[in-house]
Design a protein around this ligand. Structure first.
Ligand code: PD2
Ligand code: ZN
Length: 287
C-alpha cells in the first residue's frame, strides 16, 4: 500500500486494503496513521477511507436486501371464522397462524372426491420430477421419492369443480393456478424439506418465471392417509400437519426468500400409503 507520491490516486488495490483493515478490526485512526507512514497525503488518505468503506457497506446492504414482496393468495380469516364458504362446500378452519401464514383446512374434499382423484391419477403415475432451476426443464430428484403426475387445469369435471373451490377459498384467480399434481408415497418414501418458490439465484429460473411468474402459495390436499408417518413438516416453525384425508394445509410466501420460513417437507411414510394433491399458485396467469 505504499503511496505513489507523484499521483496519489485511489486505486482498487488501496480500496480493498482499506476494507480488509476495517474487517480485521483495526480502528480508523490506526489505519490512517499507517497510510501516512507509507507516504499518503492525509487528505487523500481520509477521502480514500471514507469512500472505500461507504461503497463497501452499500454493496453489502444491497447483497443482503430482500427481493420485493408481492400480493399472495389468502383465505378470508379476518373475523376468525370456524367455516369458510368455498362456493359448493363449507370448509372448516382447523388451525391458522400468521407469520408465516399457514392454515389447516378440514372438509375441503369429500371421501368420494379423494377416491376419484386417486383413481383418475393412478394409471398415469410415474416417478416424480421436479422443476430443474439449473436448466428450466424437469428432472428426477433424489429428494423426492414419491410417484406423481400432473393434470391439466380443468382436465375433468371433478378437477374443474375442485379448482373453482380452491379459487374461492384462497381468493386467487383460477388462471394463476398450475395444474393439480397428484403424489403417491409408499412406506419409506418422503419429500425432503424445500421451498416451493423458484430460487432467483438459479440460472433456469428466469425461463420458468416467464410462464406465470413466481409461485406465491401452496395448497397440499390429503387424499389418502397412511397409518403412520407422512406429516407435512415445517422445520423453521416446528409444525407438523397430520395427513388426514379430506384435509389440506395452505401456506403462502410473499417473496422468494428463506426469511418467509416456509421451508417444508413430507416426512417419511412409516406405514401405509399417502396420497396428496398439490395446487401451486403463481403471481400471474399460468397459461
Ligand atoms: O407431501 C407433502 O406433505 C409435501 C411436502 C412438501 C408436499 C409438498 N411439499 C409439495 O407438493 O410441494
Ligand atoms: Zn413443497
Amino acid at each position: 500500500m505504499a503511496a505513489n507520491t507523484s499521483s496519489q490516486s485511489i486505486t482498487p488495490q488501496l480500496r480493498q486494503w482499506i476494507v480488509e483493515q476495517a474487517q480485521a478490526g483495526h480502528a480508523a485512526d490506526v489505519v490512517l496513521q499507517s497510510m501516512r507512514d507509507a507516504g499518503w497525503d492525509e487528505d487523500v488518505a481520509i477521502e480514500a477511507m471514507e469512500t472505500s468503506l461507504r461503497d463497501h457497506l452499500e454493496q453489502a446492504a444491497k447483497a443482503a436486501s430482500l427481493p420485493p414482496a408481492v400480493p399472495v393468495p389468502e383465505p378470508d380469516l379476518a373475523d376468525a371464522p370456524l367455516y369458510l364458504d368455498a362456493g359448493d362446500r363449507r370448509v372448516h378452519v382447523l388451525s391458522m397462524q400468521r407469520e408465516p401464514r399457514v392454515v389447516v383446512f378440514g372438509n375441503l374434499l369429500s371421501d368420494e372426491e379423494c377416491e376419484a382423484l386417486i383413481e383418475e391419477a393412478r394409471p398415469r403415475m410415474a416417478r416424480s420430477r421436479t422443476v430443474a432451476t439449473k436448466t428450466g426443464g424437469e428432472e428426477i430428484n433424489v429428494d423426492r421419492t414419491s410417484d406423481g403426475m400432473f393434470f391439466q387445469r380443468a382436465e375433468t369435471p371433478l378437477i374443474a369443480r375442485i379448482e373453482d373451490r380452491i379459487a374461492r377459498l384462497l381468493r386467487w384467480p383460477l388462471e394463476n393456478g398450475e395444474g393439480l399434481q397428484i403424489l403417491h408415497y409408499g412406506p419409506g418414501t418422503e419429500y425432503k424439506p424445500h421451498y416451493d418458490y423458484f430460487d432467483p439465484g438459479e440460472p433456469g429460473t428466469p425461463t420458468i418465471l416467464r410462464r406465470g411468474g413466481q409461485r406465491v402459495g401452496t395448497l397440499v390436499m390429503y387424499l389418502g392417509e397412511p397409518e403412520q408417518g407422512g406429516a407435512t413438516v415445517f422445520p423453521d416453525i416446528q409444525l407438523e400437519v397430520a395427513p388426514k384425508r379430506g384435509n389440506a394445509v395452505f401456506f403462502s410466501y410473499e417473496r422468494p426468500h428463506p426469511s418467509t420460513r416456509t421451508l417444508h417437507g413430507g416426512a417419511p411414510v412409516l406405514q401405509g400409503e399417502k396420497w396428496i394433491a398439490t395446487k401451486w399458485l403463481r403471481e400471474r396467469e399460468f397459461a
